[in-house]
Ligand binder design. Structure first.
Ligand SMILES: NC(=O)c1ccc[n+]([C@@H]2O[C@H](COP(=O)([O-])OP(=O)(O)OC[C@H]3O[C@@H](n4cnc5c(N)ncnc54)[C@H](O)[C@@H]3O)[C@@H](O)[C@H]2O)c1
Length: 274
């Protein structure tokens, strides 16, 4: 069962979306703990640059999480290089803003492919190896506070992050059914200072989306934590093998309680407070 101790210090972490932001912070923190790290990202140059000069054992494996064969190759590379995987972070994710009916079809599809498909591919490529290895490991799927609290003007993001919560709960139940030593965690970041809002617009930009993104950027600068602070909190929860990893409870708890109360009282939703 998944109460067996995890090997973190000296173990192996695979991290997708590792060239920037939260993923890059997780790479640095894992290395600081003496983990061996497999860093994966679709932007190969940026990935190589981000791991160059880091102290510790890290390999960069360019990977497109939307492509099953690419994620299979990532798993093969990890086992070939290090012979084990202790932590798998399905972290790669992207943002799109705009009114839901105006976001181009290709951009909607990209969000579905990266945010949901990327996590599904991580599960499909790694779980068979992890079950075969028969030792403790943890799969950490990155959702968001936005995976519990839907927002206007980023429907593809909200919808895909809600999906990750369901996918992760299902996976956890499956591991429990099998009494496998593989633990599962749902990671729900609040604001973290990263590149997520660098390219949120598609072909059509409207004033409402511009205002929304400006507000999100200001809010992140004001209340966000750095990826390094964030990563340290994640690892504290991982040592306890927690399912719900919510490193910034102040960004979730009160609003989720109010939302849940509203659903149970059959009150109509209201606009979020941001
Ligand atoms: N930053 C926040 O405030 C915040 C809040 C909640 C959730 N998150 C989630 O955290 C995760 C990391 O985001 P971030 O904020 O560090 O953003 P980021 O943009 O800084 O980093 C995301 C990384 O994912 C990579 N990526 C994109 N598509 C990919 C693909 N197809 N295959 C492999 N890699 C791909 C990008 O190249 C980039 O390096 C995402 O899942 C995001 O939704 C972030």
């Amino acid at each position: 069962m998944n109460d067996e101790p995890l090997q973190i210090d000296g173990g192996v972490a695979v991290i997708t979306g590792a060239a920037s932001g939260i993923g890059a912070g997780l790479v640095r923190h894992a290395l600081s703990l003496g983990m061996r790290v497999v860093a994966a990202d679709v932007v190969a140059d940026k990935l190589r640059a981000s791991v160059a000069g880091l102290d510790g054992e890290v390999i960069a494996v360019p990977t497109d999480v939307t492509r099953p064969a690419s994620v299979d190759a990532l798993a093969d590379a990890a086992w070939r290089a290090f012979g084990q995987v202790d932590l798998l972070f399905n972290n790669a994710g992207i943002m799109a803003t705009g009114f839901s009916w105006q976001i181009e079809a290709a951009r909607w599809q990209r969000l579905l492919d990266v945010n949901i498909g990327g996590t599904v591919n991580g599960i499909r490529s790694f779980v068979p190896h992890l079950l075969g290895a028969g030792r403790a490991a943890q799969i950490i799927n990155t959702s968001s506070v936005g995976g519990f609290l839907a927002s206007p003007l980023m429907a593809p993001y909200s919808a895909t992050k809600f999906a990750i919560v369901a996918l992760t709960e299902s996976l956890r139940s499956e591991m429990e059914m099998l009494q496998a030593p593989i633990g599962v965690s749902l990671l729900a970041p609040g604001p973290v200072i990263t590149g997520i809002f660098d390219d949120p617009f598609g072909a059509t930009v409207d004033a409402a989306s511009e205002g929304f993104v400006a507000q999100m950027r200001t809010m992140t600068q004001q209340y966000g934590v750095t990826p390094d602070v964030f990563a340290a909190r994640v690892f504290t929860s991982l040592r306890r093998r927690e399912f719900w990893i919510v490193p910034q409870p102040e960004a979730l708890d009160d609003a989720l309680r109010a939302k849940t109360d509203g659903i149970l009282a059959r009150r109509n939703p209201t606009l979020p407070a941001w």
